[in-house]
Design a protein. Structure first.
Length: 498
């Protein structure tokens, strides 16, 4: 057997069994010269200092990773919970509410490099404090169970796989889940409440997405940047090397000390080919393993301490995802590698547009999204003119698309909406007024695979609705001139390629 193959087998055994260098049995080293054993262990257990963020990070994964961690708001005096909806959050945005209206959730920028994801989390937490400053009067909780809801930390993986491989991914992630609970990285007591009182926290819980799938068993991990980073890095490594993660759990079940050493060795095994693992290994040496608190305000751990209200009048739109700037990336890096507290710096707007032209309104400002699945994702980057607001809403019909027919004829556009899927039926009703119209969509048009098609129709020019990036002064007046001669109910017009 070549030494390279011997090295791989030896080091995998050290990872899977959770051995420290002193604990390795003699039979594991049989046939390997002592100088090689010592060299291989030294390579795995030492790391050169990291002085700056890698400009071209080495990454073992070709797929992107994403997330949508949840959090809860609590009154710091009474301990009572406050719904995200009451704080003014909506669904479908970089920071918003879950469909139940109670929990808040983030939508960080997906990336192959986990450092970028956690930097995006930091940016979105900052912007939530700036654009919803009343949230600062509450404690921000990152507990698996808040006394009312299970609070999740879903991890998204852009891996379009056949069912057999996806099931193995899920099995590896479930083994990682049990590992993190056993060593106390996740709070087991609070997570047990979550599992026993809700449908969440079950092993193998995934939901298919357009990009791949999301693993939904993990509880929230927003306690600290270190907890967030470690969970995401281990998640991506788990699907890269499911055999090793499963073996770690098989040999270390109910043995916290062995599993703790396996986590360290696992990161050490990958740190020379993956910079996320390199940074996480360095952070583990500096911080030790993170331990999720049962309750407690996590704002200060992320540097969310703003001494005075911020002028937000210059921003009338923010996107569904906010990426981290170089400042946030550096803050996360310094926190992880140097244990440097995150400064309470104000965020810098890095998206366009941040304002809409005079007279135009962002649909999110007038569209109810509470208990309306998919609506936030449809309208999160749409705009209308203030003189004709068009609200997108939901209905309980299986195959009926309803709309209000008012001053302007929307029939051609509505017909195109019914072409998104076969079997849809169009029904209309008179509008209550001239300046506000509604469209009600059935559930089949509010799924992850149909939402892009619906948005394409809505912004096709058949409706006075635009993507915020395309809104210009005069575009509403142009639309009115083009549609003044339309006869209500006439079906001629452009065909869309969906």
């Amino acid at each position: 057997m070549e030494f390279a193959e011997l090295k791989s087998t030896f080091l995998k055994t050290v990872v899977e069994r959770g051995y420290s260098p002193e604990e390795i049995p003699a039979d594991v080293k049989t046939g390997i010269p002592d100088n090689l054993v010592n060299r291989w262990l030294r390579q795995m257990n030492t790391v050169s200092p990291i002085v700056e963020i890698p400009k071209n990070p080495r990454l073992a994964n070709r797929f992107t990773v994403g997330a949508d961690p949840e959090l809860t708001f609590s009154d710091p005096v009474t301990g009572g919970l406050t719904a995200a909806m009451k704080i003014g959050l909506n669904t479908g945005l970089a920071f918003g509410m879950d469909n139940n209206g109670r929990l808040a959730e983030l939508r960080p920028q997906p990336s192959r490099f986990v450092l970028d994801i956690v930097a995006s989390v930091l940016a979105e937490l900052k912007w939530m404090a700036v654009l919803n400053p009343n949230s600062l009067q509450y404690s921000w909780l990152s507990s698996p169970w808040d006394g009312q809801d299970g609070v999740g930390g879903h991890v998204h993986l852009a891996r379009k796989l056949n069912n057999k491989i996806r099931q193995y991914d899920t099995y590896a992630l479930s083994n990682l889940y049990y590992t993190l609970l056993t060593v106390g990285i996740f709070n087991k007591k609070m997570n047990d409440y979550r599992v026993n009182k809700t449908k969440y926290g079950q092993q193998n819980d995934i939901r298919l997405q357009k990009h791949g799938y999301e693993f939904r068993a993990f509880p929230t991990w927003l306690d600290s940047p270190w907890l967030a980073y470690l969970v995401l890095v281990l998640s991506k490594l788990a699907v890269l090397d499911g055999n090793m993660v499963c073996a770690m759990w098989q040999h270390g079940a109910n043995k916290p000390r062995s599993l703790e050493r396996s986590i360290l060795n696992f990161l050490g095994y990958y740190k020379n080919i993956d910079d996320d693992a390199w940074i996480a290994y360095t952070a583990l040496k500096k911080w030790g393993l993170p331990k999720q608190a049962a309750m407690g305000d996590f704002k200060t751990e992320w540097g969310i301490v703003f001494p005075q209200p911020v002028n937000k009048s210059a921003i009338s739109f923010y996107p569904s995802i906010i990426s981290g700037t170089d400042s946030e990336r550096q803050s996360i890096f310094d926190y992880l590698v140097n244990r440097k507290p995150i400064r309470p710096d104000l965020p810098v707007c890095n998206w366009e547009p941040k304002e809409l032209p005079k007279g135009y309104v962002w649909n999110m400002t007038f569209t109810p999204t509470y208990h309306k699945q998919g609506i936030g994702d449809i309208v999160n980057d749409l705009a209308c003119h203030g003189s004709l607001k068009i609200e997108i809403s939901t209905n309980d019909q299986k195959n009926i698309v309803n709309y209000e027919n008012g001053k302007y004829d929307l029939h051609r556009g509505m017909q195109e909406l019914t072409k998104v899927l076969p079997g849809l039926v169009l029904k209309d009703t008179p509008a209550d007024g001239e300046n506000y119209m509604r469209i009600w969509l059935p559930q089949v048009l509010r799924q992850y695979d149909t939402i892009p098609l619906v948005k394409k129709v809505l912004t096709s020019g058949l409706f006075p609705i635009w993507n915020v990036k395309d809104v210009k002064v005069g575009c509403f007046e142009d639309w009115v001139r083009k549609n003044e001669g339309q006869i209500r109910g006439k079906s001629i017009g452009k065909e869309l390629s969906l």
